[in-house]
Design a protein around this ligand. Structure first.
Ligand SMILES: Nc1ncnc2c1ncn2[C@@H]1O[C@H](COP(=O)(O)OP(=O)(O)OP(=O)(O)O)[C@@H](O)[C@H]1O
Ligand SMILES: [Mg+2]
Length: 507
């Protein structure tokens, strides 16, 4: 295969964070291959892709495409030269339809459509060509993430790109959506598209990629053929130490009831009951895992408990006290911590510093105050502790949170919530976007908190995570629990059956 893209000595230093995000990066990518890039949070993967896509400029170094040096001034320049990118965080216009989004900016000049009918026909043709079906008239804002992503990819393909950059495309997909998605990528390469694939999930990397380049602290560690490596090797190259992929869990010793939920019903924005008459008790020192295909009431459950969505029926008690009528702040003050699924938008203030973000919602705590003033040194010390505990690479307490890499932003939210000394910790997809070493750390830390008596409600679409951590498992399907699993019943087969069909259970 011919070389399609070659990076030669790419350097990029960020003065504002004092990070050498790309450090003499050199490797090449062959035409028509899926080339994965792996590395810890902050290793420089997104930076390199942003440079290729014309979003960032390197300080030095060259990129060659088909042996010709290129330097794109902007994403539109990159797109005009056949390079498309789907970002970690989508840029869809929610109020537009699928067709409008796909054709945004190219509707007239490039294809000269006469009317809406032709536009729809074009989008249908595009879908057929690449095998990516989606309703052309659907409003983007109403689509689940899996379809939004398909839309983003179609948007790029409509621009006749030959190189597609996918920055953590599977992080937003459910495990059920991942397989067909990887299949789609293989199909695209058969149509001549060269794909950059960034992911922290080593199994899927090994499954879909032809070759894998590992980065660490801005540098290339190695490029390997997928057949000649495995998850353990990759993890060790990324992290620089052995990763065991399995954690030791002792039996839980449940104490007093912490969270008592009775007949909880929550309606979504459209007034439909997303959660129907749910009841359970969660005790101190245990982890209750909530499994299920996303979109089966998880958001309503978490939002109802955290106080982000109104409860239409039922009661929520925290340590015996009825908190159903309390707002978010009232619940936080009583020891409820919450790591939301959408951390970047709901968990962080992007305009603030890391230190400000690590005390968001806790500003009134006495240890952060000196009279009516903020105790800056106490706040900075607190932030530095979270940065150290969670290995938030390239972070300083006074630095802007918005400049952190995706995974490192998530660590800030996790660190803040978990370290707030909660009685109840509600975590929604806690390890999404984290590298393998960080996942291992977070899992161990959740278990440590459990053993110190924290009650943990774990919502995750990752079966492995649910199985590794939960003492009890409830499966959500259509807004209802399908039956509780405990002890040895907690396995992939039983959860899978309840997730899809309900009721049937094997010991
Ligand atoms: N615009 C910026 N200004 C300052 N520093 C930045 C900027 N963008 C990235 N960085 C820093 O560069 C380093 C590399 O970030 P990058 O986003 O490339 O990492 P990544 O490998 O994509 O990580 P993740 O897996 O968490 O997405 C990080 O330390 C980050 O804080
Ligand atoms: Mg990234």
């Amino acid at each position: 295969m011919d070389t399609m893209v070659e990076f030669r000595g790419i350097n990029r230093y960020y003065p504002s964070t004092a990070v050498q995000a790309n450090d003499h990066v050199s490797f090449s990518v062959k035409a028509g291959e899926v080339h994965a890039i792996c590395g810890e949070n902050g290793a420089g993967k997104s930076t390199l892709m942003n440079i290729l896509f014309g979003l960032e400029k390197p300080d030095s170094g060259e990129i060659l495409i088909n042996d010709r040096p290129v330097a794109f001034k902007s994403p539109s320049d990159a797109i005009a030269n056949g390079i498309g990118m789907v970002h970690q965080h989508f840029k869809t216009v929610n109020s537009f339809t699928v067709t409008e989004n796909i054709l945004l900016g190219i509707e007239k000049n490039r294809y000269g459509f006469l009317n809406h009918k032709e536009e729809i026909a074009f989008v249908k043709e595009l879908q057929k060509k690449y095998g990516l079906p989606i309703n052309p008239s659907a409003v983007a804002g109403s689509l689940p993430v899996g379809l939004l992503q398909r839309l983003e990819i179609l948007k790029m393909l409509a621009r006749e790109i030959s190189i597609l950059i996918l920055d953590e495309p599977t992080a937003v997909l459910t495990p059920q959506e991942v397989k067909p998605f990887l299949e789609t990528l293989r199909q695209l390469t058969k149509r001549g598209v060269t794909i950059f694939f960034i992911s922290h999930k080593l199994q899927e990397v090994l499954e879909v990629a032809d070759r894998i380049t590992v980065m660490k602290k801005g540098k290339v560690v190695a490029t390997r053929n997928a057949e000649e490596t495995n998850a353990k090797d990759l993890a060790e190259m990324m992290v620089g130490r052995e990763i065991v992929f399995r954690i030791n869990k002792t039996a839980a010793r449940p104490g007093e009831p912490v969270l008592e939920v009775q007949g909880l019903t929550v309606k979504n924005r459209l007034g439909v009951k997303a959660l129907k008459d749910i009841s359970f008790t969660l005790r101190a020192g245990e982890i209750l895992g909530i499994a299920g295909v996303s979109g089966n009431g998880q958001d309503a459950l978490v939002s109802g408990i955290a106080g982000l969505m109104p409860v239409s029926e039922g009661k929520i008690r925290l340590k015996g006290e009825d908190i159903t009528g309390l707002d978010v702040r009232g619940r936080r003050l009583r020891g409820l911590a919450h790591v939301p699924e959408d951390r970047i938008h709901m968990g962080l203030n992007p305009a603030a510093t890391i230190a400000e973000n690590t005390m968001l919602g806790f500003q009134r705590k006495s240890e952060f105050r000196k009279g009516i003033m903020i105790n800056t040194s106490a706040c900075n010390a607190w932030a530095e502790k979270i940065i150290a505990d969670y290995s938030v690479y390239g972070a300083a307490a006074g630095g802007p949170v918005a400049k952190l890499s995706g995974g490192n932003m998530q660590k800030i939210v996790l660190g803040r919530e978990v370290s707030s000394n909660p009685v109840l910790l509600v975590v929604n997809q806690p390890t999404r976007g984290l590298d393998v070493g960080s996942i291992e750390f977070v899992h161990q830390m959740l278990l440590d908190h459990r053993d110190r008596g924290v009650a943990i409600l774990l919502v995750s679409v990752e079966l492995e995570e649910i199985i590794a951590l939960s003492d009890r498992v409830e499966v959500l399907l259509g807004g209802s629990f399908q039956g509780e699993l405990t002890g040895d019943e907690i396995n992939e087969k039983n959860i899978g059956l309840l997730m899809t069909r309900g009721q049937y259970r094997e010991p």
